[in-house]
Design a protein around this ligand. Structure first.
Ligand code: NAP
Length: 259
């Protein structure tokens, strides 16, 4: 599914940002904010086409070019197709590796291989594939003119998520390590790579853990005594995408109310 905006877009003058999982939650808030800041955007989604179309409409209402593409980030062919379609928007300047999943709460001694493999496929393999496509387009080594990659990790990477989903936490630990290593690998090629590590943010993801009351329950344990909003995470992501963060790379930025 592809939705294009205005006809007067000049790809030679304006770059764009690609946000995976931009149909809902943190990804949708990021797409809307980047569009308000002047970015053209491509959002990917897995199933929520209507929600993705609403994000595209909001970005277009902000005067930007916008595109929505269905792609499962754990599927290599989908990722290749996603970036190929996104190239219609011109020059890729920013990738936000946001798409991610949790699974129902379980202890490690209750997990089967299928669950852990799917977690790693979506939360680790997906960001690697998307980063590969972005580097091929942005790196001066490949004839590109630079850009920024922002990985959406989680505070879980350093907390471990015992009794909830250690597999999820471990997948985000891998994202952190990828952030540091890739940042060093492409630092001299015009690409900055950073991660944002949100704490408890008010999105639908908690329902996937079959814990609809999770945010209410954890609130007292957060030093700031409140959960975060998707737009608060979007602000950190947008800053890392921007030239205002021109000397910031390989950073893991915690946005979790001091948790
Ligand atoms: P969300 O509201 O559940 O949204 C998840 C987004 O990812 C949706 O757009 C979804 O697309 C997409 N997605 C899921 N699986 C996908 C797949 N296999 N391929 C492509 N897209 C896929 O989640 P969120 O809370 O905004 O989370 C966004 C990121 O922040 C995730 O990486 C998550 O781990 C991280 N994070 C969230 C929190 C939090 O408290 N919310 C805390 C720390 C980190 P469809 O809807 O179209 O399927």
């Amino acid at each position: 599914m592809v939705t294009l905006g205005d006809d007067d877009f000049d790809p030679l003058l304006t770059g764009f940002a690609l946000i995976t999982g931009g149909s809902r939650g943190i990804g949708a808030a990021t797409a809307r904010l980047l569009a308000r800041q002047g970015w053209n955007v491509c959002v990917s989604y897995r199933v929520a086409q209507q929600a993705a179309d609403e994000v595209v409409a909001a970005c277009r209402a902000a005067g930007r070019q916008a595109l929505a593409v269905r792609a499962d980030v754990s599927c290599e062919a989908d990722v290749t197709e996603l970036f190929g379609q996104a190239d219609e928007l011109g020059t890729l300047r920013a990738l936000v590796n946001n798409a991610g999943m949790v699974a129902p709460t379980a202890r490690v001694d209750e997990m089967d291989a299928r669950r852990v493999e799917q977690m790693m496929a979506v939360n680790v393999v997906g960001p690697f594939l998307c980063a590969r496509e972005a580097v091929r387009r942005m790196s001066t080594r490949h004839g590109g003119s630079g850009g920024a990659i922002v990985n959406v990790s989680s505070a879980a990477a350093r907390l471990g998520s015992a009794g909830e989903y250690v597999d999820y936490a471990a997948s985000k630990g891998a994202v952190d390590t990828m952030t540091i290593g890739l940042a060093q690998e492409v630092a001299a090629e015009g690409i900055r790579v950073n991660a944002v590590r949100p704490g408890f943010i008010e999105t639908d993801i908690h329902a996937s853990a079959v814990q609809p009351d999770r945010l209410e329950r954890v609130r007292p344990s957060i030093p700031m005594q409140r959960t975060g909003r998707p737009d608060e995470i979007a602000e950190a992501i947008a800053w890392l995408c921007s030239d205002a963060a021109s000397y910031v790379t390989g950073a893991l930025v915690d946005a979790c109310g001091a948790r």
